[in-house]
Design a protein around this ligand. Structure first.
Ligand SMILES: Nc1ncnc2c1ncn2[C@@H]1O[C@H](COP(=O)(O)OP(=O)(O)O)[C@@H](O)[C@H]1O
Ligand code: SF4
Ligand SMILES: [Mg+2]
Length: 342
């Protein structure tokens, strides 16, 4: 059994404009010690899906299952959820100040957190542990910096402090929601390396949420590509990067420096659709270069592709490799004709 099993998760919000269906029938598994990346443009439902799992979405209508080590988190009472959060599921966000209190010294905050979950640990032992954790995430002079306030750290260092705090109780699962989005590229890589080192040391599973496929290239074992509340494609990392099926994944990859034409990055044209009263068609149809009649008539379900049970795609293109390649060749030909000078 996987550590976390999400099944048919639906999350909807009542708004004055209508019912926003932020997550629509999402299923995935996270295995112990593994990293699952959830990738998709802003508004695709990544944060809502993971916040719902940890009981942090308020006022939403939620159905489905989220089984964590045998406990359905969607049915669990407040107390059970509170115990699991922090101790067994750690969380980090884009903005460290959402988890770090600005008015308290960082060491004190880690000490309080350790003592809240383990009454038997002495203050000085907790302090030693906090200093050790800060050194583990690469804070220089951790023993002294333990008495600094959050604002005395740079953005990247603050992100490391938040990782130290989220990992302090050696959780089974870390949910990292756009943890490096606000950081520059070099610092991003350092912060991800720190996360991975702690993961290896503690055997933690990670759900890494990002809008940037580049970030997950190094880090992930499994990838879920989300669009308009749906999973568009699910696959292992290699399979996704080198043998993707879904045109939306293709679009995300084309916007990466290493995969797109060098120097000619191509962001996907158009904007993601609203999920208020989504029509019964492929959500990506208005932006998809491959679109054909059937795409406008029926919403494609996730289907196994390339005979790989671990690889699925929600798309009406042929599910065999030859058929998919033929579609790509046809599109390339049509594009070449369109670009020919008259
Ligand atoms: N509390 C809320 N009430 C209404 N709509 C919401 C609420 N929270 C999120 N949404 C909507 O749900 C969709 C998914 O949001 P989110 O999960 O934050 O996207 P992502 O994290 O992928 O950028 C968006 O359309 C967003 O506007
Ligand atoms: S179903 Fe059609 S519109 Fe949707 S991604 Fe596939 S080809 Fe494109
Ligand atoms: Mg988000």
């Amino acid at each position: 059994m996987s550590l976390l099993e999400i099944r048919d998760l639906e999350v909807a919000f009542n708004t004055s404009d209508g019912v926003v269906r932020a997550v629509r029938g999402l299923s995935f598994d996270v295995d112990r010690g593994q990293t699952l990346a959830i990738v998709g443009e802003s508004g695709s439902g990544k944060s809502v899906a993971t916040q719902t799992i940890t009981g942090l979405t308020r006022g939403a209508k939620v159905t489905g299952r989220a089984t964590f080590d045998g406990v359905d988190l969607l049915q669990a009472d407040r107390q059970t959820l509170q115990k699991i959060r922090g101790a067994r599921i750690g969380m980090i966000f884009q903005d460290p100040l959402s988890s770090l209190h600005p008015y308290y010294r960082v060491g004190w905050q880690i000490v309080e957190m350790l003592r809240a979950h383990d009454k038997s640990i002495s203050k000085s032992a907790a302090r030693d542990r906090a200093a050790y954790l800060l050194s583990q995430v690469g804070i220089p002079h951790a023993k002294e910096r333990i008495d600094d306030y959050p604002h005395q750290f740079s953005g990247g260092m603050r992100q490391r402090v938040m990782i130290a705090m989220a990992m302090a109780l050696e959780p089974d699962l870390l949910i990292a929601d756009e943890p490096t989005t606000a950081l520059d590229v070099t610092v991003q890589a350092q912060v991800l390396t720190v996360m991975r080192r702690l993961q290896e040391e503690m055997g933690t599973a990670i759900i890494l949420i990002t809008h940037d496929l580049g970030v997950v290239a190094e880090m992930s074992d499994q990838i879920v590509v989300m669009y308009a509340g749906h999973a568009m494609e699910k696959a292992g990392r290699r399979e996704l990067f080198y043998g993707y099926h879904n045109p939306y994944t293709e679009g995300l990859l084309a916007s990466l420096p290493v995969h797109g034409n060098a120097g000619r990055l191509q962001p996907i044209a158009g904007t993601p659709p609203s999920t208020i009263d989504p029509p019964a068609r492929c959500a990506f149809a208005p932006r998809c270069p491959y679109v054909f009649d059937r795409c406008w008539q029926e919403d494609p379900p996730l289907r196994t592709v390339y005979d790989d049970p671990a690889h699925s795609s929600a798309c009406w293109l042929p599910t065999d490799r030859a058929g998919r390649q033929a579609a790509r060749a046809k599109l390339a030909e049509a594009r070449a004709v369109a670009e020919e000078p008259v």
